[in-house]
Design a binder for this molecule. Structure first.
Ligand code: ADP
Ligand code: MG
Length: 270
């Protein structure tokens, strides 16, 4: 017994806490199963590594600040046929992260841009890839505070750390010159150094107006799109799905085409 206690406290002083916890039960199992010494060690350390990986993912998950947890299996691709499921599956390999490429989801409200971004972020986290999620408004306000407090450099370094930076809802609010400039600096800082996943309800042609400066908008787009995947989502809002079924939304001609068995017309507003 003395030796067991000693082994346990050795594991503890080596900070192998999970191994220390399970040492006694795994020793017992090893005896029962007549494991070799090596097999026992593989079992014990394997559990330590698995627990560490799990804790690591949980920590990264907290740091990612996801607004909610949603996965791709919860996404109904049949509702949104303009999204190529195979392409989204390809994104889950996270090759784009290794290539420090960006992914941009464009489309009108409610088509699943944020949902898919969160789901990709969760997949990345499960693969041990660090993520930070923010709306563009949160992000720009954070940068603005840092700018006024004379600590923009360290703030930018902070935003450079996660391997994926998700910037949600670009385009809902127009930006003042300082906000636009700070956003440009952020995109420049991450250019070819880390990936961004970005969602916008505005097509790129409208970004000049959005940033209040077409030259700046081009400079942002130039860096953002150099290595990028664009996913254009054209379709109906999932939020309004049930209301549309009940006929609350849509025009008589909409219903007419469906009655005739034609494809419902595509929403071109995004
Ligand atoms: P967007 O960011 O494009 O405005 P969201 O991703 O926020 O849209 O989607 C709106 C709501 O509808 C969310 O609750 C989302 O989970 C859900 N949703 C959207 N599209 C789908 C879909 N195809 N299948 C399942 N849920 C969806
Ligand atoms: Mg959204």
């Amino acid at each position: 017994m003395l030796e067991l206690d000693q082994a346990r406290s050795q594991l503890e002083s080596l900070k192998l806490l999970s191994a220390a916890d399970i040492l006694e039960s795994r020793l017992q199992q090893a005896t029962e199963k007549q494991l070799t010494y090596v097999a026992f060690l593989v079992d014990l350390f394997g559990e330590e590594i698995a627990q560490r990986r799990k804790r690591n993912i949980q920590t990264k998950m907290r740091m990612a600040r996801l607004p909610y947890q949603k996965t791709l299996t919860e996404f109904d691709f049949t509702f949104q046929p303009s999204i190529d499921k195979k392409f989204i599956d390809e994104l889950t390999t996270m090759n784009f992260v290794r290539q420090t490429a960006n992914v941009v989801f464009l489309g009108p409200p409610g088509v699943g841009k944020s949902h898919i971004s969160v789901a990709l972020a969760m997949e990345a986290l499960a693969q041990g890839i660090s993520v930070y999620f923010a709306t563009v408004t949160q992000l720009v306000e954070d940068l603005r505070r840092a700018h006024h407090a004379n600590r923009l450099d360290s703030k930018m370094r902070q935003y450079l750390r996660p391997r994926i930076l998700v910037v949600d809802e670009v385009g809902y609010l127009p930006m003042d010159p300082l906000a636009a400039n700070l956003f440009f600096q952020l995109v420049s800082t991450r250019y070819e150094r880390g990936s961004m996943i970005l969602t916008s309800n505005k097509s790129f042609g409208d970004w000049g107006e959005l940033f209040g400066d077409s030259v700046l908008a081009s400079a942002i787009l130039d860096r953002l799109l150099h290595h990028s995947h664009i996913v254009n989502i054209r379709g109906q809002s999932y939020r309004l799905k049930d209301k549309m079924k009940a006929g609350v939304y849509g025009t008589p001609s909409d219903r007419q085409t469906r009655v005739n068995g034609a494809q419902p017309r595509e929403d071109v507003s995004g």
